[in-house]
Write a protein of this length. Structure first.
Length: 116
């Protein structure tokens, strides 16, 4: 059984500072490969890929089909892009995302959870 761990805020702050201090994509890649497991790298790249597709205006249903992931995972990405002042949205060059409304996305995720 997997245990929920709380985030150690001082350590999280140090990690964020370290990430911000890395001055080249090559060094960042090496650091991430040293720090993360291959599965964690896949998770991060998949998350970024779905965020890019949302920023391009691709529908959530189409992204789910292309990337073979649940609409619920995509809904989380959509919420990130819709947040006021979201850094992720700025990095992707968009302040909003296309796709389902919050209510529709919530309904789809709720239906999926009850079916499982």
């Amino acid at each position: 059984m997997r245990t929920k761990h709380t985030v150690n805020e001082p350590v999280f702050k140090r990690v964020a500072s370290i990430l911000a201090s890395i001055d080249s994509p090559k060094k960042m890649r090496t650091f991430l490969e040293e720090l993360l497991t291959p599965a964690e790298v896949r998770d991060i790249t998949l998350r970024w890929q779905l965020l890019e597709r949302l920023a391009e205006g691709v529908t959530q249903r189409k992204i789910a089909e292309e990337l073979r992931i649940s609409l619920c995972k995509i809904t989380r990405g959509s919420k990130i892009l819709k947040q006021q002042g979201a850094v992720t949205a700025r990095l992707l060059g968009t302040g909003k995302s296309a796709g389902r409304t919050k209510a529709k996305a919530h309904r789809v995720c709720s239906q999926k959870k009850t079916a499982e």
